[in-house]
Design a protein around this ligand. Structure first.
Ligand code: ADP
Ligand code: ADP
Length: 225
């Protein structure tokens, strides 16, 4: 009874093996981190789960249903990337409201849900500004808000704090943890920062050379003899 299952996923780019017969299972509400060096296949695995880049073979199951060939829009998955990817011509309010408008949520509900999630990331006061008027850290908090606002049951984050300095990273790590505890979605998080993985995760999945080398709690991986 898993929230998310990947079975024997394999992906190649010409001669490059990006993902080698990789299997992974996640429980509902779990915070799992993929930790590994650049080029180890983390993004490839995330994209396969999101449906943005299908594996050559293998299967993805969401809520016990085969999802390998479902379009991304039918997977109930939210994503946050390293580069924020806010819409530059939209206000912060409209950026965060966007996924709700796509889902035909009514205007009153949009107003209250956007206000609530902006409060959660402590940025209610910038609702009428544009992304270029915000710092990098603020923009990334808005990107988080835009993902959490429609409450996808699975959230994939690809090095969401990679572009920020150490102080901001620490603060946002806490905010992401709080959001996760408050809303309880299943989170698959990508980083190459071991400390970050240890602070945030229920379990860590160590990736290297297109494969999962080890998986376990931070305790299992780093503190047991
Ligand atoms: P990570 O996210 O761990 O940095 P990636 O999944 O991005 O790793 O990449 C895994 C391997 O696949 C790397 O060798 C990378 O260069 C290669 N790769 C990823 N995407 C492409 C692509 N679109 N075309 C060719 N090679 C790719
Ligand atoms: P990350 O390390 O966070 O995965 P990358 O810089 O490796 O980010 O990859 C960014 C984008 O470039 C991804 O969409 C990936 O698929 C693509 N990419 C990565 N490596 C290659 C490659 N060797 N050739 C073509 N595209 C690539």
């Amino acid at each position: 009874n898993f929230k998310l299952q990947i079975r024997n996923a394999r992906k190649t780019y010409g001669p490059v093996i990006a993902l080698e017969n990789t299997s992974l299972e996640m429980r509902q509400g779990e915070f799992l981190t993929l930790l590994g060096p650049s080029g180890s296949g983390k993004s490839t695995l995330l994209m396969a789960i999101a449906g943005l880049n299908n594996p050559d073979s293998g299967a993805v199951w969401i809520d016990g249903k085969l999802a390998t060939y479902l379009p991304p829009s039918q997977r109930d998955i939210g994503m946050v990337f390293q580069n924020y990817a806010l819409f530059p011509h939209m206000t912060i309010f409209d950026n965060v409201a966007f996924p709700l408008r796509m889902r035909k949520v009514d205007a009153a509900a949009i107003k209250s849900r956007v206000a609530a999630v902006l409060e959660t990331v402590q940025l209610g006061h910038v609702a009428q500004r544009f992304p270029r008027e915000l710092s990098g850290g603020q923009q990334q908090r808005i990107a988080l808000a835009r993902c959490f606002v429609y409450e996808p049951s699975i959230i994939l984050m690809d090095e969401p704090l990679g572009a920020l300095d150490k102080k901001l990273r620490d603060a946002l790590q806490l905010e992401i943890k709080h959001l996760h505890e408050k809303m309880g979605m299943t989170v698959l998080y990508v980083t190459h920062d071991q400390e970050e993985a240890m602070v945030m995760s229920d379990r860590i999945c160590l990736m290297n050379h297109a494969a999962i080398e080890q998986i376990g709690t931070p305790q299992d991986l780093y503190f047991r003899p």
